[in-house]
Design a protein around this ligand. Structure first.
Ligand SMILES: Cc1ncc(C[n+]2csc(CCOP(=O)(O)OP(=O)(O)O)c2C)c(N)n1
Length: 561
């Protein structure tokens, strides 16, 4: 029959046909497919754990705006699933492919075999067995569409055969095409209903104190210009989720910073002081709202989201606009035009931010040894190229970069962990694969970096030139406050739960054949970052810091009412 090919050939040609450049895997899975992918110019990146492979696919997907693919054999499925939690929470279109022993091996104590469906249920929006090659094209297309559709999230195909080999060896006559339109996130750009837009515009114009809270959905929709245009038209300060940091220039006079629990004081004060809050592509979850206290649940809200289930999810007084943020803002901006505005709230907001920045200035300029992390962040701001990608780990790495690193709101991109410690280093490798021409800087604590140290070998072997900045404070710095509190605030007590090291990560890097630069003084940070970002190889910049200093803490309404 003309056009008949094996499942392996079909899969390789279909994936390559989407423009995908890399896939991420741990042996032993889909060997025939991986060899053919290599022949077609798609590089298989062999990782040292399935979780790291999933994080690499996540970083790849977030930068490419298209699916990233990771693969593992049957016994690796649980590890791979654990790596899907972060892309699930971070709304990233990762497609996981696993092998599964044939039906005759099921339910009879087969070596290494457990049920896969429950593992993937909580971390995917679509997961299904693929029992025959004839079903492969339809199911892969569905997994692809579902991963990209609002809300983007991981999907999973469980291939028959321990290594997926039953599906690889079967045949299909279907053309090797996944999505002829090679879609990017957002896959569609629906515009909200015209009457809803009129209503929302009237509410926003009538209010004197409007604040915008732009979320990850606004960033994914690439709505920065539209957000800024609306903010200027309404003289409305703009706060963001952590994931949307830099959607507008963080030094803009209307920028209020990241709001919620990972924030510096200004943003929550400003959001709390608003009469109307406009959420744009923002999940209104606990992190951005400080457990739904900022804004308070009684606040009048206008909300733009592509997913109808988000509209009014946590704020009952919501006027909802169902549509893509960028496209809907385009129309809303036309309707609102250039109304006469009282600029008092914008001025108040700018003053709050400026006052806070003034209090931080001595720390930013600090020459102490060990260096202050505020100074490190200021040097990262200076060093990051105008199209650089900053990948931040969770915990303090998210707070430090989300509050203290400034971004230009144009070519730079900020990616943050959705909560899984250790995510950033493998994710930065995936990000670099998706954007080889851009500098990628990973910012991680030592606690986060320990998780996936082995991927230094992957970075070297595959020539993935990222700069890893380790805030090396010999412990889980963020958790110091918490363990001390439960230990009755007695100095020295409880710290054994969170202290480790000291470790010289430049020596660790060298043992993997990766360059390391040790930084022990503030003045050494800038030259180290410059050298690392200039290098065409991966470099670890190991910055020795102190565990004691605390990152900025959010303003909470409880202390101020
Ligand atoms: C998988 C996982 N386990 C545990 C945590 C809890 N946690 C959040 S931040 C943190 C400490 C981070 O330490 P480190 O990476 O060294 O950065 P630092 O806070 O010292 O800057 C921990 C343990 C988590 N977020 N994810």
């Amino acid at each position: 029959m003309p056009g008949v090919m094996t499942g392996a050939e079909w899969l390789a040609r279909a994936l390559a046909g989407t423009g995908m450049t890399h896939v991420f895997f741990v042996e032993s899975v889909l060997r025939r497919t991986l060899l053919q992918l290599g022949d077609l110019g798609v590089k298989p990146i062999l990782a040292h754990s399935e979780k790291a492979a999933a994080y690499m696919a996540d970083g790849y997907a977030r930068i490419a705006g298209r699916p990233g693919v990771c693969m593992a054999q049957s016994v690796g499925a649980a590890n791979l699933a654990s790596g899907l939690q972060d892309p699930y929470l971070g709304r990233s279109p990762v497609i996981a492919l696993t092998g599964r022993k044939e039906p005759s091996f099921q339910h009879r104590n087969s070596y290494q075999e457990i049920a896969h469906a429950p593992l993937f249920a909580a971390v995917t929006k679509f997961s299904t067995p693929v029992d025959s090659t004839a079903e492969l094209p339809r199911l892969l297309r569905h997994a692809w569409r579902a991963a990209l559709a609002d809300t983007p999230r991981p999907t999973h195909l469980d291939f028959c055969g321990l290594q997926g080999d039953v599906i690889e060896l079967g045949q299909t006559a279907e053309p090797p095409l996944i999505d002829p339109e090679a879609r990017q996130i957002p896959a569609h750009r629906p515009v909200a209903d015209a009457a809803d837009i009129e209503r929302a515009a009237a509410i926003l114009i009538a209010a004197r104190r409007v604040v915008i809270v732009a979320g990850d959905g606004a960033a994914a929709s690439r709505a920065g210009l539209e957000v800024l245009a609306l903010a200027e038209a309404l003289a409305a300060p703009v706060a963001t989720t952590l994931g949307a940091r830099g959607i507008i220039p963080t030094r803009h006079r209307l920028s209020a910073g990241v709001a919620g629990s990972y924030s510096a004081p200004p943003a929550n004060r400003i959001v709390h002081g608003a009469e109307v809050v406009l959420f744009i592509g923002c999940d209104t979850g606990d992190q951005v709202t400080l457990n739904w206290r900022v804004p308070s649940p009684e606040t009048a809200v206008v909300q733009i989201d592509a997913d109808p289930v988000e509209l009014g999810r946590s704020y009952p007084k919501t006027t909802g606009l169902l549509g893509d943020p960028q496209a809907t803002l385009g129309r809303l901006n036309q309707v609102i035009g250039r109304p006469a505005r009282d600029t008092g709230f914008a001025e108040e907001s700018a003053r709050i931010v400026a006052d806070w920045r003034a209090t931080m200035a001595p720390l930013i300029e600090s020459e102490t040894a060990p260096p202050r992390v505020e100074r490190l962040c200021a040097e990262v701001t200076r060093a990051l190229p105008s199209d650089g990608i900053l990948v931040a780990d969770t915990g303090y790495s998210g707070i430090w970069t989300g509050t203290m690193v400034d971004l230009n709101g144009a070519g730079q991109t900020y990616l943050r962990a959705a909560g899984s410690l250790g995510w950033s280093f493998p994710a930065s490798l995936g990000a670099k694969c998706a954007a080889p021409g851009r500098n990628v800087l990973c910012f991680t604590g030592d606690g986060g970096f320990y998780y996936h140290l082995a991927e230094l070998e992957t970075a070297r072997r595959c020539g993935i030139a990222v700069t890893v900045v380790v805030n090396n404070n010999s412990g889980f710095g963020q958790n110091l406050t918490g363990v001390r509190r439960v230990a009755g605030n007695r100095r020295g007590r409880g710290e054994e739960l969170i202290r480790f090291g000291p470790t010289d990560f430049t020596a660790v890097a060298r043992s993997f054949g990766v360059r390391g630069i040790r930084v022990e003084r503030a003045a050494e940070i800038a030259p180290a970052l410059a050298e690392a970002l200039r290098a065409g190889d991966p470099v670890v910049v190991d910055v020795v810091t102190d565990l004691e200093p605390r990152a900025p803490e959010p303003w909470t309404p409880l202390n101020h009412e």
